[in-house]
Ligand binder design. Structure first.
Ligand code: GTP
Ligand code: MG
Length: 162
């Protein structure tokens, strides 16, 4: 199944929006596909990856934006606190996931999207989602080792997919 890399950025973590963002993808029917290495959130057994990204990791992650004027600020912002990194799996999860996050600029993001409901500034847009299937593969490989990405069957699958 298709996979994407989603992350709650440091502002989303500080503002207590991790649960809200996970909840939206869970309720939509998508499957969390990353497992925890550094922290287990008991008792819900949601398996995740909560880490302080290094500047090297972020330079690599946002490599294509390195010439942009906002790049230094972006790296400062993204390294300013822990990030909640996740792999999510399901049909068209890359493109549907982007729609669920909304536009890069929260003020242009429709109400009902995560950014449109919870953010104001482009430089504090609380979440990340891979922008293509190829990017998703690159980002998952960058943020996770293969053994941190899990495969398992979702019991409710037949109630979500025809
Ligand atoms: P990500 O999911 O974080 O990759 O966002 P995106 O794919 O919607 O946008 P893009 O990859 O083009 O930019 C990456 C991040 O850089 C954005 O999420 C913003 O946090 C930041 N960014 C993009 N454009 C601007 C800008 O014009 N000004 C500022 N301050 N930040 C920007
Ligand atoms: Mg992007």
């Amino acid at each position: 199944a298709e996979r994407t890399f989603l992350a709650v950025k440091p502002d989303g973590v500080q503002r207590g929006l991790v649960g809200e963002i996970i909840s939206r993808f869970e309720k939509r029917g998508y499957k969390l596909g990353s497992r925890q290495i550094r922290l287990v959130v008991e008792p819900v057994k949601i398996l995740i990856f909560f880490l302080q990204p290094s500047k090297d990791l972020l330079h690599n992650h946002y490599a294509e934006l390195s010439s942009k004027p906002f790049f230094p600020g972006l790296i400062e912002y993204m390294s300013s606190g822990p990030v909640f990194a996740m792999v999510w799996e399901g049909t068209d999860v890359v493109s549907v996931g982007r729609k669920m996050l909304g536009a890069t600029n929260p003020r242009e993001s429709p109400i009902g999207t995560i950014r449109g409901d919870f953010a104001i500034d482009v430089g504090r847009n609380i979440c990340h989602g891979s922008d293509s299937v190829g990017t998703a593969e690159r980002e998952i490989a960058l943020w996770f080792t293969p053994d941190e990405v899990v495969s398992y069957g979702l019991a409710q699958k037949k109630w979500i997919y025809e």
